[in-house]
Design a protein around this ligand. Structure first.
Ligand code: BV8
Length: 255
């Protein structure tokens, strides 16, 4: 934390206090301190020999449905064992200082909702929800333990199609409503906090530039530079679970 610039923490608190509409745009980095590997780190763990860019696709699933299903079952178990971290909790607390605060997340891990955030847009779906391959039937809060002995992936009980995770795979369109609402908010907010994203995945990664071009203030929270850094007015360099509680402490001092 030593490298965190107190003047920038103060300026962040000032900009939050002045803002009416705040958007918090998050990526995998906000969940890193909960023990959930970021998308790129995930390639170093158990699944290192499999490329998420290959697994998280329709072709990857059709090529080996069982492998992809088991990769998501492994990640569902991981997500359910973990807890929101102080970064998620601080984002909930920021709701007390903004007239309106919406979290737009690329993450599929439910941790913002479990932390208590009231307005969350999940751009890339949610790993705890599954659906049949043509999307007609959805199964929220899937329990992998229930169907322990069935052939994997399980089949939809309504239409007998293969079940798949209800997430947006590479090459798939984002949920239209969620994407449109996200760009509307980016283009109308006073302040966007961009937290824990490398800014590589489109179209989500274009939201900070849309906000900046529409006149919003943009602050990045990340331990290292990203594709977003050049779009932000400034960067709070550090881990979100350490930086965001500092910002909340600064806001508390001002009230
Ligand atoms: C679409 C759900 C079009 C699944 C995800 C070239 C070739 C092929 C495709 C493309 C291409 N160029 C663009 C594309 C399109 C493609 C894309 O963007 N590819 C990239 C890789 C180049 N996009 C798509 O395919 C999208 N769909 O374009 O459709 C279309 C149009 C019409 C009709 C049909 C189709 C769909 C993209 C969604 C993919 N699904 N997730 C799953 O999770 O399994 S994306 C997945 O990866 C995540 O959801 C997330 O969005 C992304 C990972 O990014 P980050 O969250 O940023 O995580 P990352 O690990 O990269 O970075 C972590 C950051 O945190 C780092 O900066 C690190 O420094 C920081 N950090 C670490 N610790 C901390 C921290 N920060 C704070 N605190 C800490 N403690």
């Amino acid at each position: 934390m030593s490298e965190l610039n107190p003047e920038l923490v103060e300026r962040t608190a000032q900009w939050i206090a002045e803002a009416g509409v705040v958007v918090v745009f998050t990526g995998a980095g906000v969940s890193a301190e909960s023990g959930i590997p970021t998308f790129r780190e995930a390639r170093s763990g158990l699944w290192a020999k499999y490329d998420p860019l290959r697994l998280a696709t329709v072709d990857g699933f059709l090529n080996d449905p069982r492998l992809v299903w088991e990769w998501y079952a492994y990640r569902r178990k991981l997500v359910r064992e973990k807890e929101p971290n102080p970064g998620h909790v601080s984002i909930v607390e920021l709701e007390g200082w903004a007239d309106e605060l919406t979290v737009i997340t690329q993450n599929v891990d439910s941790l913002h909702k479990r932390a208590g955030s009231t307005n969350v847009i999940e751009l890339h779906g949610n790993i705890t929800r599954v659906k049949c391959f043509n999307g007609a039937h959805v199964y929220p809060d899937w329990n992998d333990e229930a169907g322990k002995d069935v052939e994997l992936p399980p089949l939809c009980e309504h239409c007998a199609q293969l079940l798949r995770p209800d997430v947006v795979w590479f090459g798939e369109q984002l949920p239209t409503g969620a994407l449109e609402e996200s760009f509307r908010l980016a283009e109308s907010c006073d302040l966007m906090l961009v937290i824990g994203t490398s800014g590589n995945v489109q179209p989500a990664a274009s939201l900070p530039a849309a906000a900046r071009e529409a006149g919003a203030r943009v602050i990045e929270v990340n331990p290292e530079a990203s594709e977003i850094t050049h779009t932000a007015h400034f960067m709070l360099r550090g881990a979100s679970g350490e930086v965001l509680p500092e910002v909340v402490r600064e806001l508390r001092k001002r009230t």
